[in-house]
Design a protein around this ligand. Structure first.
Ligand SMILES: [Fe+2]
Ligand SMILES: [Fe+2]
Length: 275
């Protein structure tokens, strides 16, 4: 597919009928630089399902404030602007994941929890940002699936038939991967730079510009989640970990064991999270 046409189609996402209203509405809120924390708070509070999902998510291992956050206002104040915006997008996208690719939601939840654990073990201060990045790293897959369901079906079949990574099959079919498609949207929606970097480069962490550490973390979390057989990311293969990223993270055996335990603890979490 011609890259220019692909990009145009992706960037016009709000105008296309295949995209659910909720993501269009959310895109307007997230893309508005003038929106205040209290406006976001009331947007969430006006929807009981959204409220309960956000609260369950922030109190789960994905964020690591177990049982401590009891209200939307508390969550919004504690997590701040960027995290709450990312989380809102995350909750919506997770829903879409289940309708587009079964298992992608678990993959994303597992990756988010694993990424947070790595970030915490590395002593990073912005572990919540890393959770959101883990949650949204495969955003491009959902968008490709929504926009080009038939084409993406062919991509998945090719990956399976040829025993190749879905990432490579996407490149072959669309000339670009879900990582680039995610990048286009992240830029359009003015996601924070670290989140954009993770979405764009989680398969090539060496290319990260603004957030090499966060990108390396999600890169490894993604692969460990696949390795544990938790969820489904489009193929049954486990890609190789970038040696440079692994070296950069410099994790001990105990760190890795902790991450694997976290992923394991997320099994069955979908029910607890209200899905
Ligand atoms: Fe990916
Ligand atoms: Fe992934």
């Amino acid at each position: 597919m011609d890259i220019r046409i692909l990009r145009q189609k992706i960037e016009k996402i709000e105008m296309l009928p295949t995209v659910p209203d909720v993501i269009k509405r959310l895109a307007v809120i997230i893309g508005n630089p003038k929106i205040s924390l209290s406006e976001i708070s009331s947007f969430i509070s006006s929807d009981p399902v959204l409220t309960s999902r956000i609260l369950k998510m922030v109190n789960s291992a994905i964020f690591g404030f177990p049982g401590r956050i009891s209200s939307v206002t508390h969550a919004v104040t504690l997590l701040g602007f960027n995290v709450i915006k990312g989380l809102l997008m995350g909750v919506t996208v997770l829903d879409l994941m289940e309708t587009t690719m079964i298992g992608l939601r678990e993959h994303s939840i597992g990756c988010a929890a694993a990424a947070r654990t790595i970030a915490a073990r590395k002593g990073l201060k912005n572990t919540e940002d890393v959770s959101v990045a883990g949650l949204l790293h495969d955003l491009g897959k959902v968008i490709l699936l929504l926009q080009f369901p038939q084409d993406y079906g062919m991509v998945l079949k090719t990956a399976e038939r040829k025993g190749m990574l879905v990432y490579d099959a996407e490149q072959e079919h669309f000339s670009e991967s879900h990582a680039t498609v995610g990048l286009w949207l992240a830029e359009k929606w003015q996601f924070p730079k670290h989140l954009t970097d993770v979405i764009a480069f989680h398969h090539k962490p060496g290319l990260a510009k603004d957030a090499p550490m966060e990108t390396a973390i999600v890169h490894l979390a993604d692969i460990l989640t696949r390795g544990m057989g938790f969820g489904y990311a489009g193929d049954a293969l486990v890609p190789a970990v970038s040696p440079a990223a692994f070296e950069q993270l410099n994790l001990s055996e105990e760190d890795i064991r902790d991450v694997l335990r976290t992923i394991d603890s997320m099994k069955g979490m979908g029910d607890d999270l209200g899905w």
